[in-house]
Structures are given as C-alpha cells and as structure tokens.
Design a binder for this molecule. Structure first.
Ligand code: NAD
Length: 308
C-alpha cells in the first residue's frame, strides 16, 4: 500500500512513517516544519524519510494524493498552553482549516483518513476511565479545535462520503517526544543536572501512552477501524507526575531539582483511557509499561545529548 502521512516530521508522525516502511508499505510524508518547537528536532526525526515540505493549507493535494491508498493525518498544532492568547490563530488554521481541506480532497478520492484527535476533547472528564461516549467538554482552546476536527469529519462523512476514523491519543511519550511535553524537559534536566519546571503539585495524572503503542493503534485503525468511529488510544497505566519523576530518578540514578510553578491553564487534572472499544474493534491494547517506555526515552535523551 502507499500511504500519505501528514505531520511526518513530527514526534508521532515520524515513528508512524517508519513503522509503515518497516511493514513494507510506500510512504510519502508531508510536513511544513512549523517553528512551534526547534525545527532541528524535526529534521532529525525526518532523516531517512521521504517528506514533501509543504503546508496542508496550500499544497497541491490532488497531486499529493495521486496513487495513495490511505491517509494518516497527524499534522496539526499541538500543545494546550500555547492555545490561549494570540497563538490560537495557529490552532484554527493548522487544525481546523488544514483538516477541512484534507477531508474534502480525501472524500473526492474515496480515501480513508485516520486522523489524530486528543484526550483533550474530554476536558475534566465526566467519569474515569473515560469511554468514547463521555460528553466532550474541552477546557483548552486546543481541545476545542480538536473537537471541531472530529465534527468536521462527521459532517463530511454525512455529506461528501468521507471515510474517516479518529484516534484520540492520550499523552504520548517516548523517543522524540516534543520538547513542550513533560518528559523530554524532565529527562533533559536530569541529564544536565539543571532544574525542571513542574506545573502543579505533581498529583495530576495521565494515561501515559508509549509511542510504539500509539503507532500500533493508529495502524490498526486504518486496517480495522469502523467507518466514522472514534477510538481512545491510551496507555493502560495511570501515573502522576510525582510517580513519573520518581521513576526517572531511578533510571538516572540521581535526584531531580524540581522548580515548582502553579498549574497551567488548560491542563486537566486527570486522564484515564477506557480502551475497551479499541480492544474489541481494532484488536489493539497498550502493552508497554511506563518504566520500560521511560527507559527508552531516557536512553534517547542521553544519546542525543552525547551526540557531537
Ligand atoms: P508534532 O508537533 O511533533 O507533529 C505535528 C507536525 O505537523 C509538525 O512536525 C508540524 O510541523 C506539522 N504541521 C503542522 N501544521 C501543518 C500544516 N498545516 N501542514 C503540514 N504540516 C503541518 O506533534 P505530535 O506530538 O507528533 O502530535 C501529532 C498529532 O497528534 C497532532 O495532531 C496532535 O494534536 C495529536 N496529539 C498528540 C498527542 C501527544 O501526546 N503527542 C496527544 C493527543 C493528540
């Protein structure tokens, strides 16, 4: 098969593109290398991948989709905190407008799109573990744009025949994790012996999801996802930031200097994924314990820092 992966120079997209290549597929990537974080990291992620440098907002999609059998749509503007204030404009253009343009082209060509949504759509969820049927009530502008993308997919499914499957990722981590997420700066601070800025009191918890598990769930959604459905792709273990810090200190064999800051706007208190729907319909469940995934990320951070 030949797949288009949007956001292929990003954290999850680059792992996904590599996994598809390993399975013997042809992969063309698209990425605009936004400067939301250091683009040098994206160039590192992209090494060895065939990536068209272009923006979903204006790239010639018909040419790009020619000969493609399916689309993995991971391009977007992530991050909860930066979605407040003037940066919101990027969330509208890179999440909402860009997805709308892709959905229209994919629907014309009858191509399945598996697109990245987020646990952020749940906000402070009604219940835990949270199933896909829980009322989505995001508490960040980022989450609002991801929910909007889900509704766009539904609207196109009803009107233009779009075949879309959404995956709601829960805090993905592992090698190449974005530097605005918690573990990369935490492990880099441990490595360098400098303070780590912790937002909140450490009790906030997440269904942390190892990137290889997230990729496997995404590929399963292309193969077995039911048309128009949404799936939680979340780690099996819920852990607090305090737990993650303790595990990281064990890995590094040294203590982390923690600089405490107030909780950031838009950060939810807790996430816990109910993955029974993905288990039943996709045959997927997360398999990587947090300790193993963190070790892989720690080794990546250490190797990166040691590289000339
Ligand atoms: P990332 O920022 O590393 O990757 C996204 C990539 O998309 C970037 O390389 C960026 O340059 C590219 N991009 C942005 N706008 C574009 C456009 N208009 N045209 C082409 N390329 C564009 O982020 P990530 O952590 O790999 O996340 C991937 C997707 O998963 C995003 O949609 C994100 O919202 C979603 N998601 C991620 C997580 C997580 O824990 N990492 C959780 C929930 C949802």
């Amino acid at each position: 098969m030949r797949y288009l992966v949007t956001g292929a120079a990003g954290f999850i997209g680059s792992h996904l593109a590599e996994a598809l290549l390993e399975e013997g597929h042809d992969v063309v990537g698209l990425d605009s290398f936004t400067d939301y974080y250091d683009t040098a990291r994206k160039r590192e992620n992209a090494a060895g991948l065939d990536i068209v440098e272009g923006d979903l907002l204006d790239v010639n999609l018909d040419a790009l989709l020619d000969g493609v059998d399916g689309v993995y749509h991971l391009a977007g503007q992530p991050g909860v905190r930066a979605s407040f204030g003037p940066g919101f404009e990027h969330y509208l253009s890179r999440n909402v407008h860009a997805s709308a343009r892709l959905f229209e082209s994919a629907a014309r060509r009858r191509l399945r799109v598996v697109y990245a949504s987020s646990s952020s759509v749940y906000g402070d969820a009604e219940s835990y573990p949270t199933g896909e049927d829980a009322l989505p009530r995001p508490i960040s502008p980022y989450g609002v744009t991801k929910l909007c993308v889900e509704h766009l997919a539904y609207a196109h499914a009803r009107t233009t025949g779009l075949d879309a499957v959404g995956v709601r990722y829960f805090t993905v981590y592992g090698p190449r994790q974005r530097p605005d997420m918690a573990f990369t700066p935490l492990l880099e601070a441990l490595d360098a012996g400098v303070p780590f800025r912790l937002y909140g009191d450490g009790s906030a918890s997440r269904s942390f999801t190892f990137v290889a598990d997230a990729v496997a769930g995404t590929i399963a959604a292309m193969a077995r996802g039911h048309e128009g459905e949404l799936y939680n792709i979340g780690g099996g273990e819920e852990a607090s930031m305090t737990d993650a810090i303790a595990l990281s200190e064990q890995l590094a064999g040294r203590e982390l200097h923690v600089e405490r800051h107030g909780a950031a706007a838009g950060d939810v208190r807790r996430t816990r994924a109910d993955v029974r729907k993905a288990e039943e319909q996709l045959g997927w469940r997360p398999t990587t314990p947090l300790a193993d995934g963190l070790r892989a990320q720690w080794e990546w951070v250490a190797a990166r820092v040691a590289a000339p």
